[in-house]
Design a protein around this ligand. Structure first.
Ligand code: XMP
Length: 326
């Protein structure tokens, strides 16, 4: 039987009971596969790798070695949440690497979006590889591959990471959620006790804020972007929009516009709010957000974020516009 094919009679995991049943079975499978050997896992803070981490902590405890690389392009509070949930609450064997300077130094002056993506991807593999080399007794690599990854791209997520590592660092894969769809992964994550905000996290691109700080990234503009994004998320949360809008974020372009603050002329950045609804991210519509909410977010960003003097709401559907700006 092809282990990458979901059996036709496999029940859809829609409840805590079904999730618990799945978790028990997978724990047994993982224990049989890895025995008392160690397993390495990169956790990004995203749903899939977080669920795999929680499941493997249950199955093999400290024999799971988690690595969280903070590339400096995370949203506000995300790396802190990874440490809080996995290290403090679940007592995981977690190695935290703050690689912010490495990534930002490599990205300095680079404005082409695809080059930025390549640099971030390649640097991520390099940092991960360096850490993996320090750990001498690891034979397995766990990954948050899910069924759409297998269906859509022939397991690209799996091949991506492993393919990026050198020959002598090739591990046997452990992929406990590879036959699950996203909604099922969320149900399993909830049953494993992960926080709601982690399990329901909206899609966040691998290059993170790097593709939302348009053009060549600078630390001051990246900071402004991160603060503005945090305000947007907080206000959408308060307004009950987090569950209603598929993806939302801010973008800060690499040009300035004139403004006036305390009677003085300033030359600051604009901040664009992007919010979309979609089923499959192939096309997307823009939700009609209550004007009072947009105004509150605007006032807060203008009042609290240094360097921003204008806030705009992007009304463009996909297509012709893409969801991200670059
Ligand atoms: P676009 O901008 O192409 O985005 O309409 C569609 C979805 O893909 C996400 N996206 C990415 N995800 N790496 C990722 O992991 C990337 O480089 C990347 N670029 C776009 C985007 O956030 C949206 O959900």
């Amino acid at each position: 039987m092809d282990s990458n094919k979901r059996p036709e009679d496999m029940k859809r995991i829609t409840s805590k009971e079904l999730a618990d049943e799945f978790i028990d079975k997978e724990i047994e499978k993982v224990r049989t596969q890895v025995g008392d050997k160690k397993v390495l896992l990169a956790i990004s803070g995203g749903v899939d790798s977080s669920v795999v981490a929680a499941l493997l902590i249950k199955a093999i405890g400290k024999n799971l070695v988690c690595i969280h690389v903070n590339h400096g392009l995370m949203r506000k509070g995300e790396s802190e949440q990874v440490i809080e949930v996995f290290k403090n609450r679940m007592n995981a064997n977690l190695i935290y690497i703050d690689a912010t300077d490495r990534f930002l130094d490599k990205l300095a002056g680079v404005s082409d979006p695809e080059t930025k993506r390549k640099i971030i991807g390649a640097e991520f593999i390099r940092v991960f590889e360096e850490e993996a080399r320090k750990l001498t007794d690891i034979e397995f690599l766990a990954q948050g591959t899910i069924y759409p990854d297998i269906l859509e791209s022939d397991g690209v997520k799996a091949h991506h990471n492993v393919g990026g590592l050198p020959e002598d660092l090739k591990f046997e894969l452990v992929e406990p959620v590879k036959l699950l769809f996203k909604d099922e992964v969320r149900v399993v994550g909830q049953a494993l006790g992960l926080p709601y905000s982690m399990v329901q996290r909206q899609p966040f691109p691998g290059p993170g804020l790097g593709v939302r700080c348009l053009g060549a990234i600078t630390r001051d503009r990246l900071n402004a972007l991160r603060e503005a994004d945090a305000i947007l998320r907080e206000e959408f949360d308060k307004a009950g929009l987090t569950e209603k809008v598929w993806q939302f974020f801010t973008v800060v372009p690499d040009f300035r516009s004139t403004g006036v603050r305390n009677g003085k002329r300033v030359f600051d950045w604009p901040c664009i709010i992007r919010a979309v609804n979609t089923v499959d991210a192939m096309s997307a519509t823009v939700p009609e957000i209550d004007y009072a909410i947009l105004k509150k977010i605007t006032d807060r960003i203008l009042g609290e974020v240094y360097g921003i003097c204008r806030v705009l709401y992007d009304l463009s559907p996909k297509g012709p516009a893409t969801i991200e700006w670059e």
